[in-house]
Ligand binder design. Structure first.
Ligand code: IMP
Ligand code: MG
Length: 177
């Protein structure tokens, strides 16, 4: 497996995004909506990179679209819905990776219906080459130029590798469909 993003590089980007969010939301309350399971690692680090001048609350949604494959199935199933009443609140969706954009679009529509005061998208990785819908993150750590399948720092392949501290490219011969 080839390492693409080191633990230090990830920490630097997380600190940068945290500082940006701290500036943009100073004095406000922000609800982080974390997309389980992959984004939990990034979200835990990001939340602690946001200054105490921003009041944070955290909630989770769980969706699945991959069913152990490396291609998006195109349909998004909600497995857990939000507990928080987000109407009138500033909300930020926190994702691990934005690929086709189908997951984000579904989640965006689901949250938008609940009439938040504002809704932004934050993702650690953006893989724009597979995009099926028009969507761009408001906050992003790294943009992937190719179509690599990456693992580590929350990202999995068939539930494995989430615990790696750095991010690696999964070798094509390790992929089984
Ligand atoms: P989308 O709906 O195609 O944008 O897919 C987003 C979801 O697919 C992410 O939340 C990830 O769970 C998963 N995903 C997409 N690309 C990768 C990858 O390179 N590695 C691991 N998971 C991925
Ligand atoms: Mg995910």
């Amino acid at each position: 497996m080839e390492q693409l993003y080191s633990q230090q590089a990830i920490a630097r980007q997380t600190a940068r995004i945290g500082a940006q969010i701290s500036r943009d939301y100073t004095g406000q309350h922000l609800v982080l909506v974390v997309v389980l399971k992959g984004a939990m690692f990034f979200a835990a680090d990001l939340a602690r990179a946001i200054s105490s001048d921003v009041e944070i609350s955290i909630d989770f949604v769980r969706v699945s679209s991959y069913a152990n494959a490396t291609q998006s199935s195109g349909t998004v199933t909600f497995k857990t819905r939000l507990e928080t009443d987000i109407s009138g609140k500033h909300v930020m969706l926190v994702e691990d990776i934005l690929d086709t954009g189908l997951t984000m679009r579904e989640l965006h529509n689901y949250l938008e219906k609940q009439q938040p005061a504002s809704l932004k998208l934050c993702t650690m990785f953006d893989k724009p080459c597979n995009r099926a819908v028009e969507i761009t993150p408001d906050y992003c750590g790294f943009t992937l130029t190719g179509n690599d399948f990456i693992i580590g720092y929350g990202l999995d392949y068939a539930e494995r590798y989430r615990n790696l501290n750095a991010v690696y490219r999964l070798d094509p011969e390790q992929l089984q469909h």
